[in-house]
Design a protein around this ligand. Structure first.
Ligand SMILES: [Zn+2]
Length: 107
């Protein structure tokens, strides 16, 4: 599995009638785990549709770099490099997702 960050997701919403309130749409930007062999450029729209139940007109995406399995956040399992940050002294890693500080195992 790998992580993909989807952004600028263009959900297919019908034009609203006057007085009709906008439906609650999924986020325009989301990071999801996808199968290693998923062709995101070709199948990403179907993937998002299956996931949220809305049709997708377009989107941007990029793969998210991940840390090694052993270095993931011990609390929530976060592996996205952009979600894990070393502190100033490089003694601890802070997980942005759940706020845990932890010391990854030595190499
Ligand atoms: Zn965490």
């Amino acid at each position: 599995m790998r992580l993909v960050h989807f952004s600028e997701i263009d959900w297919d919403v019908d034009e609203l009638e006057p007085g009709e309130s906008a439906p609650e749409l999924p986020p325009r930007e989301v990071t999801l785990t996808v199968a290693d062999d998923l062709d995101v450029a070709g199948e990403g729209a179907d993937f998002l549709s299956d996931h949220y139940g809305w049709c997708v007109l377009g989107f941007q995406f990029e793969d998210v770099a991940q840390v090694e399995e052993a270095d993931k956040c011990p609390k929530c399992g976060e592996r996205g490099m952009d979600r894990l940050a070393w502190n100033e002294d490089c003694t601890e890693v802070r997980c942005v997702s759940c706020g845990t500080n932890y010391v990854p195992p030595a190499e």
